[in-house]
Design a protein around this ligand. Sequence first.
Ligand SMILES: [Zn+2]
Length: 460
Amino acid sequence: MVLEDISTYVDDHADEYIGWLQTLLRQPSVAAQNLGMVEAAGIVQRQLEHIGASPRLIDTRGGQPVVFGEVSAGADVSDPRTLSFYNHYDVQPAEPYDLWDSDPWAAEIRDGHIWARGVSDNKGNIVARIAAIHAWQQVRGELPLNLRFIIEGEEEIGSPNLANFTADHPDLCAADACIWEFGGRALSGQPQIHLGLKGMCYVELHAHGANSDLHSSLATTIPNAAWRLVWALNSLKGPDERVRIPGFYDKVLEPTAEEQAALERLPDDDAAGLELYGIDRYLLNLRGMEKKIRDSYQPTLTIAGFESGYTGTGTKTVMPGAAMAKVDMRLCASQDPHEIFELFKAHLLMQGFGDIEVRLLSALMPARTPLTAPIVEVVSTAYRDLYGEEPMIYPTSAGSGPWYQLCEQFGVDGCTAGVGNGRSNAHAPNENIAVDDFILGIKHIALIMERFAASTAVSQ
Ligand SMILES: [Zn+2]
């Protein structure tokens, strides 16, 4: 059996570790509402102190502080490797409270699960990592590698100040690999690994007509801001789902043969998806490999919201003086959000929509870690040996986040690992994890530490 000594210790001290998790869960920490953030950072700091990680709060130039901690390898380890953990102590708001079966801040244990806001996203993972190190220290003493914690307080509001932290402290971001904040089991129960995130270019468009909404009889001669914006949006993408901005696809790459093979190994969940979403076919009738490639290797351009004129019940014959739309673009490969924003503006200008005001609201670079990175082998065999199942390996997640900022720009390989599952209800009422998965997640991190410390291969 792998990791027998530490595994036994973790089982014997499960209640203590669950107690650590409940302490953190019972402290609300909602960055969007600036609720309990100082207190939560304090609890994380104390738990890191407990494993000798010398934690400190690092200013992010105005945002919530990053809790940074590190534990060095034992003195007899020559040329130790460094593994970092990226996590976040902020959580989503718990509202609406009446949809929860128990108080989201009570961390109740029921039916073998812990129920609390943030237990899956992301406090269960924070405490599982700290507990793994604690158990290692109790059983084996000093660590076989250096560990670093970068635990930010603004992930759920888009990490607006994390770039300040990475710019001010590049030395603290150095590592041989980084365990990314989320992970766990798919709906089927099979563990899954993601090796990157898409980027993001989020824009807001404003069209202006007359200086106020007007009687719609004036539509004979006065421009309508809503039509103006609809025509501008219509120029961005066709019914063929192809984005029409010149240069938009220039930096998108096809998957390599290895990446194609990784996609082929992923289960076919096309039918389950159709049922889940209540639709009878996917866009362009995509199925199988074509759909997998599009999910992971193609960018999107999405109208996320549109506001103009009268949208209440009944009729109001009004002509809008203003219209606003929000558009998000999820980016792939080396599509740079700032370049894409320039192409976006140039396209509107070329199409005769220079009057439409365009604002960039958020920009994130896409980033991916190669399938051949040593950390991928370590995390995936640790899943296989502890969970008894091969993990599904996704070359990227269809979601976005600061993978580039923390990993790729510093040449650090990233890989996800965590204690969530397909029914964890992250961001939703009744967020939960299985108690058994929390305990397994502690052992998983300990096994990753053991194996990564022993690995010598370099990433290609
Ligand atoms: Zn989240």
